[in-house]
Ligand binder design. Structure first.
Ligand SMILES: [Fe+2]
Ligand SMILES: [Fe+2]
Length: 161
């Protein structure tokens, strides 16, 4: 890597790996979530996540690079941790849901950080259209996080208490 463009491409591939891993992992969270609202939130975000993956693929195509070739180990770790929790013995449904939300929010925050950087790089490199596409994903990650926040705060954490 010699310049910001190289770094940008490297980070695009990293996030493509992260989104691809999430597309495979989210159905398991849908299955294990007990609250209907939480299930629905994960189902909706799974659809968005598929769009995020597609969007990154399109951006890489526009730039003439392959989206594959990197493994995002951070996402791998976050998913491993989330799946480990799904195997835990948790007697109370709301406690389980609260724990799933905690893991899911870690994942969203990781994505928010990644897309925040990518939007900034794209703007600095003068890729206005790409910056807009990445920002669309970023806003969806913020909304997903916010939805989880309000589910936890308004309902699930209280029930778990
Ligand atoms: Fe995403
Ligand atoms: Fe996400």
């Amino acid at each position: 890597m010699k310049n910001l463009k190289d770094l940008f491409e490297h980070q695009l591939k990293d996030l493509y790996s992260a989104e691809t891993q999430l597309v495979s992992a989210l159905p398991n969270m849908v299955t294990h979530a007990k609250s209907a609202k939480l299930k629905k939130a994960f189902e909706e975000h799974l659809k968005e996540t598929q769009h995020h993956q597609e969007r990154l693929k399109d951006i890489c195509e526009d730039m003439g690079i392959k989206p594959t070739g990197e493994v995002c180990n951070a996402m791998k770790g976050l998913i491993t941790e989330a799946e480990k929790f799904l195997e835990e013995e948790v007697e109370n449904d709301s406690v389980r849901d609260a724990g799933i939300i905690a893991d899911a929010q870690r994942i969203e925050h990781y994505e928010i950080s990644g897309y925040g950087t990518l939007v900034r790089y794209a703007k600095e490199l003068g890729y206005t259209n790409i910056a807009e596409k990445l920002d669309k994903t970023l806003q969806e990650e913020y909304s997903a996080d916010e939805k989880l926040n309000s589910l936890a705060t308004n309902q699930i954490n209280k029930e778990a208490e």
